[in-house]
Design a protein around this ligand. Structure first.
Ligand SMILES: Cc1cc2nc3c(=O)[nH]c(=O)nc-3n(C[C@H](O)[C@H](O)[C@H](O)COP(=O)(O)OP(=O)(O)OC[C@H]3O[C@@H](n4cnc5c(N)ncnc54)[C@H](O)[C@@H]3O)c2cc1C
Length: 391
């Protein structure tokens, strides 16, 4: 008999996993996705900026993005469903700006990793950048790194929606309920108990609970170094719009900004960045006034005159151990799997990580891409598998 699988959390990563499991032949009737809030209103997926980049420092993350971009571009044929249209992709590229020699050195080392993996990243002098994008003030900038292909915005919401709808159409059950207990017997998974009081038997439970990943792990008596951290987004229009697309520019100040249709989208990591309640959505207008807008106007003088149209607060599920995904089987509890801790790059990783964990569950091993370095056991062992290019 096929393993009965409960997926805790049905947003983009849980739905990618559900779809991939069915794609690899796991019986859909043996898969249940439990989602506490089917509106997904407080999920990381709802507040994402929905971009994909090749510019990581860790080769495995570059390989994951290589597959991610291929998946996005071939989404329609992969879904094999006449209702599915191509996923919109707007490749404006990311532009990392280095303000000192140490940062330039990091970009140069990451560039070598990216080129080796087949990405089209280009290191640029300030003169080359000024010629291509005359709107920048590059005072104090020593080097730039631009993704000339396969980086930009993609419509992750539509991808998520189709994964969920097609998985459901194939027979996967989505339950609107909350997992409140993880049940074990003889030191292995037996199932879950839900807020409604229902009990589901399961051989495998997968923790895909986003910012609540540590809370769900604790139900199994396990620690997961994942915290909800606020991330702010502002949409603004400029009195003098730029004459061409603004790459997703990562300024040394930590502020990032990009083209967003006829408007622009900016974001930043707060200087003080505590763990917060996943339901805490209070904004921070002072951060816009004191940090973000001044940084924007310094780097792009045309942004002296701008008007904020919309802003929101979302949460990263930040892996505070090494800022990289935590994926795989937890050897302290047979049957318990983790798919969590994406630290701000989970949307673009959802095709590869959903596929990888589905392979691990269905075939007992990784087939396409070896995700073993992301295994949860690295945390107990104290051996980081870091990603330093976290935005
Ligand atoms: C402002 C912002 C910008 C971002 N920009 C990008 C970007 O440009 N590119 C990129 O790749 N990534 C980006 N990300 C990150 C990306 O959005 C997330 O990594 C991704 O959406 C995580 O998806 P998830 O399904 O793992 O978690 P979530 O979307 O957080 O979903 C987890 C789900 O689990 C459910 N759940 C939790 N506990 C339980 C329980 N006990 N029982 C049942 N259900 C439960 C929740 O209700 C939720 O729906 C951004 C994130 C933010 C906040």
């Amino acid at each position: 008999m096929a393993d009965r699988i409960v997926i805790v959390g049905g947003a983009i990563m849980g739905s990618s996993l559900a779809w991939w499991l069915t794609e690899l032949g796991h019986p859909a009737s043996a898969i249940t996705v439990v989602e506490r809030d089917p509106s997904y209103a407080a999920s990381g997926t709802a507040f994402t900026n929905s971009c994909i980049r090749q510019q990581f420092g860790n080769p495995l993350n570059v390989a994951i993005s290589r597959f991610g971009v291929d998946f996005i571009k071939t989404f329609q044929s992969r879904m094999d469903d006449p209702r599915v249209a191509p996923i919109h992709f707007h490749p404006f590229g990311y532009l990392y700006l280095a303000g000192n020699a140490a940062e330039a050195d990091r970009l140069t080392r990451a560039h070598a990793v990216q080129i080796a993996a087949g990405s089209a990243t280009r290191l640029m002098t300030p003169g080359e950048m000024a010629a291509k994008w005359p709107f920048y003030d590059l005072d104090g900038i020593v080097l730039g790194s631009h993704g000339t292909e396969d980086e930009g915005y993609f419509d992750g919401t539509t991808m998520f929606d189709w994964w969920r709808r097609i998985a459901q159409g194939r027979g996967v059950t989505y339950l609107a309920d909350e997992v409140t207990e993880i049940d074990t017997i003889g030191g292995r998974i037996r199932g879950v108990t839900l807020a409604s009081g229902a009990v589901l038997g399961a051989d495998i439970v997968v923790n895909v609970a986003g910012t609540r990943g540590a809370q769900v792990a604790r139900m199994a008596g396990l620690d997961l170094p994942v915290e909800a951290r606020k991330r702010y987004t502002w949409i603004f229009e400029a009195a003098r719009p730029l004459e061409k697309d603004l790459p997703l520019t990562i300024d040394p100040s930590g502020v990032h900004v990009r083209t967003d249709g006829a408007t622009y989208m900016a974001g930043a990591t707060p200087d003080v960045d505590p763990a917060v309640d996943p339901e805490d959505f209070a904004g921070d207008w002072a951060m816009w006034e004191d940090k973000v807008w001044p940084a924007l106007a310094t780097r792009i003088p045309a942004f002296e005159e701008i008007r904020v149209k919309q802003s929101w607060v979302g949460h990263y599920d930040l892996n505070v151990f090494d800022r990289n995904a935590i994926v795989g089987h937890h050897s302290d509890l047979p049957g318990f799997f983790v798919l969590n801790g994406f630290s701000g790059h989970g949307l673009q990783q959802s095709p590869a990580l959903g596929r990888g964990l589905a392979e691990r569950i269905v075939h007992g091993r990784y087939v396409s891409l070896d995700l073993a370095p992301f295994g949860p056991d690295r945390i107990a062992a104290g051996v980081p598998f870091p990603e330093d290019a976290v935005i």
